[in-house]
Ligand binder design. Structure first.
Ligand code: KIV
Ligand code: ZN
Length: 516
């Protein structure tokens, strides 16, 4: 057995399927790049058969990512496997992940089959997937509740059929660490060909035990851990990979196991995913919560001042915190920005230097000093803007005060036309939103509006996240500016653009159907 634990990230599949608003291809690419930069071994990019959008994002990720292996999910049926293989064929190497349920409750109630039929479907699917790649992973869905004899039988058959990785998911987050570790230990004792595959685990957090269960499985011999950054995923989520990484790193002396990922990237990846997925991180969350490294009690503060390790088992620097202190101003040239982006790990292909530089100058004029997190916020924001075109704000003016209604006037580019509108509202955001709705000609149902800050101090960038519903689908828009009214307007216009793009795709599909 090796001393390397393979990290399998499913943020873009298990994580994404739990989001209120799905991510765009561009957003998924940003996440994939961040995971690659962090050194994740396997990135599960999506479930290609589930939608044309998922297929396209897996295809683009497979074409872009070189240092991590790309994987896609498929049920144990040929059409799913064909779609996964087709989406990833641009990559030199890829993994097909196929799965079927093995617990009695799933086999009988969901699949309406008997165990032997399910075993046959699994082995047929594995053999079929092996026609496209040597790297096939098989998952026994709901393994945590599968009778152990059946689980041993399925793992043995899957390996015999050609699965190089066999995954043991605790799909409903039901097991406890001793129990789950025991399941994996039994597999090692009873499955005769187990040395021919990597045993993986995939734990959900319904009882708050996903990371503990994953670590217990590693102690029992599992050598791949699946999870997501910030633990996002179905229901209560998946095992948080940043926690798994820091447990294995911090307790190296106990486990003696290596992980390839660079922990200094954790903070940045976590922030990127939280922003793009519109999933705030609870402040006391282990490793990446805002309070994870702050000491409140006087006794603790006194201890840490005397010696850091009195109350700190790992340093904030080890996850990449506290590196935001390079101070750039409007006198900093393009080469300084380029150099700083490279130091932060961004390759030239990830941004357009001229666009980033112009935005940096505009921000530096407003803020004076610009920090790493500002640059990243600008980059993140630029990547979102790339997809926008139809609706653009040319000018927005708002008047507000305590004694009268707020009034907003807006001049917008709507396709080839310029529209000018005004509205009053019960506050500056309300009036701006009403004026924008008039200019676009569409009223949206805003489901949530959240305002926050990027960076610290009174001159932090104001960030607004909104979700809005249109024809049964939820869309997420984010706006960033030194002015929170402007951020609010940008977030709304982003949603209008996403809806417009969605409508264009639907119209195109309709035309193809009519022509066929
Ligand atoms: O939770 C689960 O069982 C899954 C499988 C598809 C691996 O996500
Ligand atoms: Zn899952």
């Amino acid at each position: 057995m090796t001393d390397q634990v393979i990290l399998f990230d499913t943020t873009l599949r298990d994580g994404e399927q739990a989001l209120a608003a799905s991510l765009s291809v561009n957003e998924k690419l940003q996440i994939a790049r961040a995971l690659e930069r962090m050194g994740i071994d396997i990135i599960e990019a999506g479930f290609p058969v589930s939608s044309p959008g998922d297929f396209e994002s897996v295809r683009q990720i497979a074409a872009t990512i070189k240092d991590s292996r790309i994987c896609a999910l498929s049920r144990a049926v040929q059409a799913d496997i064909d779609a996964a293989a087709e989406a990833m064929k641009v990559a030199d190497q890829f993994r097909i992940h196929t799965f079927i349920s093995t617990s009695d409750i799933h086999v009988q109630s969901k699949l309406k089959r008997n165990f032997s039929q399910v075993e046959e479907m699994a082995t047929d699917a594995i053999r079929y997937a092996r026609r496209f790649t040597d790297d096939v992973e098989f998952s026994c869905e709901d393994a945590g509740r599968t009778p152990i004899d059946n689980l041993c039988r399925m793992v043995e058959s899957a390996i015999k059929a050609g699965a190089g990785t066999v995954n043991i998911p605790d799909t409903v987050g039901y097991t406890t660490p001793t129990e789950f570790g025991g399941i994996v230990r039994t597999l090692f004792e009873r499955v005769p060909n187990i040395d021919q595959a990597v045993i993986s685990v995939h734990c959900h957090d319904d009882l708050g035990l996903s990371v503990a269960n994953s670590i217990a499985a590693v102690e029992a011999g599992a050598r791949q851990v699946e999870g997501t950054i910030n633990g996002i995923g179905e229901r209560a989520g998946n095992a948080a990979l940043e926690e798994v990484i820091m447990i294995l790193k911090t307790r190296m002396a106990r486990f003696g196991l290596e992980v390839g990922a660079n922990p200094a990237e954790i903070h940045r990846v976590s922030q990127t995913i939280s922003r793009l997925c519109n999933m705030p991180i609870q402040s006391n969350k282990a490793i990446v919560g805002a309070n994870a490294f702050s000491h409140s009690s006087g006794i603790h503060q006194d201890g840490v001042l005397k010696s850091q390790n009195t109350y700190e088992i790992m340093t904030p620097e080890s996850i990449g915190l506290g590196r935001n202190n390079l101070n750039l101003t409007s006198r900093s040239g393009r080469h300084v920005i380029k150099h700083r982006m490279a130091e932060m790990g961004y390759s030239d292909s990830e941004f357009d230097l001229e666009t980033l530089y112009q935005r940096f100058l505009a921000l530096a004029d407003k803020k004076g000093q610009v920090f790493d997190y500002d640059l990243e916020a600008l980059l993140f924001f630029e990547n979102q803007r790339e997809e926008e075109a139809h609706y653009q704000i040319r000018q927005l003016n708002v008047q507000a005060g305590s004694s009268h209604f707020a009034t907003a006037s807006v001049e917008m580019q709507v396709g080839d036309e310029v529209m000018t509108e005004a509205a009053t509202g019960n506050g500056p955001v309300d009036s701006a939103y009403k004026a924008i709705a008039r200019a676009t000609g569409h009223q949206l149902a805003i489901k949530s509006y959240h305002i926050g800050a990027e960076g610290g101090g009174h001159d932090a960038l104001g960030r607004v996240d909104i979700t809005a519903e249109f024809e049964g689908r939820t869309f997420h828009g984010m706006g960033l500016s030194t002015d929170i009214i402007e951020s609010s307007a940008i977030a709304l216009v982003r949603v209008y653009n996403l809806i417009h793009r969605q409508q264009q795709i639907q119209q195109k599909k309709q035309r193809i159907l009519e022509e066929a």
